[in-house]
Write a protein that binds this ligand. Structure first.
Ligand code: BGP
Length: 478
């Protein structure tokens, strides 16, 4: 089998709020996730008005990377990572979001971090907004429902592009911008867009308005970024859960196709620079009144992305003879979802479907013909520590191994242009959907539990050495 390209970006992925901690250090302001309590199996996370003294906020300390980054970067280097995908905490740079000047201490932290990564030969891959909007913008402006927030985001993007123009080449504007298509789920509109739906409003209409402002913000950021450094590669990032038809019944096939539009809408605009007809028809049908300003069409056309980054964890399967509501739930299931008899699931009900990754790569590449980047993939599981301190995680190795095999087929057999692969949570971090520490993805274990206890000590799991070999052999030895 032919090999992956020599410059394939093997890495790991993280998000500032899930691992940095230091939530109020060096002038950082509170963000929308800093008022998110821990959940638990089956108990959703809660957004509180302010930081309550008797509630636990797992993101506040997270794994304290902010104060231990040198130790962690050294471990990433030992693993052989070629890149690290992380995000810039927006409220480190603009604590409230609407200040005239950025916070120098926040900017300096990322200067130091990027220098540290580069000194180990690790390329930073940076998401500008990964669920970290300054709380003030959400509370005082209504988040991205308000057009003014576009200006604040673009200014933040410009400051970052300008400051790090010689250190960062690969950027993404919004993490999982589409992870709010289920507008009825308040968690995703809040973290993605800083939006709370008011009584009497149509949640989906509000979602589309906020989404439009984010698409405009992204396009303006791309335009500015290219002015600052034409060498930048600026991508979009979407969550992708392919929808399979349960059977060869044409109704199942058409339903799956229609539901895939929930996945394609945002990347369609990011990549093609125009709204797809199926969404314009929905606006017409539902009577949605989405505010477009004169010039928006041009902005979208001029601000298309260089590549498409995406997260892939699972697939879902639908059957037409269940009532359709077109609404997503956390595990990627839909109202019409049924069990797929060919696919098993994790303890959190996330299906395990490596072939779905190859299928996704092919469908995206056929549709867009631009480079793709798998910027999240992984297996969330409970780890068991042996008496001697070792952690055997064969299930995680199996999951990653099988997905890498499929991505290699997509590149070497199908001819997909794939830039790299950054498995999620390369070091144990706070789970986003549950706020737990016990749902772990890492190849590096962190001694920290759901209640915030533990020494924070780092140790290697079996997957650490396994992934190190995968990188060293460019995927030839799995
Ligand atoms: C994606 C997010 C990440 C992340 C991941 C895994 O939706 O981009 O921030 O955490 O999912 O989810 P979880 O941590 O809930 O298992």
């Amino acid at each position: 089998m032919k090999q992956l390209p020599k410059d394939f970006l093997w890495g790991g992925a993280l998000a500032a709020h899930q691992f940095e901690g230091g939530w109020n250090q060096d002038g950082k302001g509170p963000s929308v996730v800093d008022v998110l309590t821990a959940g638990a199996h089956g108990v959703p996370r809660r957004v509180t008005e302010t930081v309550e003294a008797d509630s636990f906020y797992p993101n506040h300390e997270a794994i304290d990377f902010y104060n231990r980054y040198k130790e962690d970067v050294a471990l990433f280097a030992e693993m052989g990572l070629k890149c690290l995908r992380t995000s810039i905490g927006w409220s480190r740079i603009f604590p409230k979001g609407d200040e005239a000047e950025p916070n120098e201490a926040g900017l300096k932290f990322y200067d130091d971090l990027f220098d540290e990564l580069l000194s180990h030969g690790i390329e930073p891959v940076i998401t500008l907004s990964h669920f970290e909007m300054p709380l003030h913008l959400a509370r005082e402006y209504g988040g991205f429902r308000n057009r003014k927030v576009v200006d604040f985001f673009v200014k933040f993007a410009e400051v970052c592009f300008d400051r790090y123009k010689d250190k960062v080449k690969y950027w993404m504007t919004f993490n999982e911008i589409n992870n709010k298509m289920d507008a009825e789920n308040p968690l995703f509109l809040w973290t993605n867009s800083g939006v709370v739906v008011e009584e009497g409003e149509n949640a989906r209409e509000v979602m589309y308005q906020a989404g439009h402002h984010e698409l405009i913000s992204s396009a303006l950021a791309v335009i500015k970024g290219k002015e600052i450094n034409p060498e930048f590669q600026i991508g979009a990032m979407v969550s992708h859960v392919p929808v399979y038809p349960f059977s060869s019944n044409p109704d199942d096939i058409m339903l799956a196709e229609e539901l895939m539009r929930e996945r394609y809408f945002f990347p369609d605009v990011h990549v093609r620079g125009v709204y797809p007809n199926y969404v314009l028809k929905e606006f017409e049908r539902e009577g949605f009144n989405i505010e477009f300003l004169a010039g928006d069409e041009e902005i979208l056309r001029n601000g298309t992305v260089d590549y498409l980054g995406f997260s892939y964890y699972m697939s879902t399967t639908v059957k037409a003879d269940k009532e359709a509501t077109h609404s997503l739930v956390v595990n990627g299931g839909l109202a019409n979802s049924v069990d797929n008899p060919f696919i098993k699931a994790s303890d959190w009900g996330w299906s395990i479907d490596p072939v779905g990754l190859r299928y996704t790569l092919n469908r995206f590449y056929d549709r867009y013909q631009i480079p793709l980047f798998i910027v999240e993939n992984g297996f969330g599981a409970v780890d068991h520590i042996e008496e001697d301190g070792s952690i055997h995680d064969p299930q995680r190795i199996q999951y990653l191994n099988d997905h890498i095999e499929e991505l290699m087929k997509a590149v070497t057999y199908d001819g997909v242009d794939l830039m790299g692969y950054t498995p999620w949570g390369i070091i144990d971090i706070v789970s986003f959907t549950t706020g737990e520490m016990k749902k772990r993805y890492g190849m590096i274990h962190v001694d920290r539990d759901n209640e915030g206890n533990g020494s924070m000590k780092r140790s290697k799991k079996d997957s650490f050495e396994w992934y190190k070999k995968v990188i060293a052999t460019n995927g030839e030895e799995l």
